[in-house]
Design a protein. Structure first.
Length: 94
């Protein structure tokens, strides 16, 4: 994991029938070992690229997880950024 951009939170989504499924699990473990908070989402019985047909219930869940995860990540990053600005300017209030 050395030499990559610092990652603090990651969502790994793995389709159960994806030929690269095991690599997704291995990547998750490497991230955890590097101290990254990881949320693993598994979609059993689904092939690689299952996100295309939007009428599948699993696809809706896939996109819902992705949107919710990015929303939480963005909210945390924004709060941390605001706190840093407040601390730098000396205007931190509780």
């Amino acid at each position: 994991m050395a030499g990559i951009f610092p990652i603090f939170f990651s969502v790994v989504q793995v389709a159960g029938l994806d030929p690269l499924r095991d690599e997704g699990f291995a990547y998750t473990e490497k991230l955890k070992a590097a101290g990254v908070k990881v949320q693993l989402e598994q979609y059993a019985g689904l092939p690689r690229g299952f996100g295309g047909p939007t009428e599948l219930p699993a696809t809706k869940a896939y996109f819902e997880h992705a949107v919710n995860s990015w929303g939480v990540f963005a909210m945390r990053r924004t709060k941390a950024f605001i706190l840093c600005l407040q601390l730098r300017s000396g205007s931190k209030t509780d």
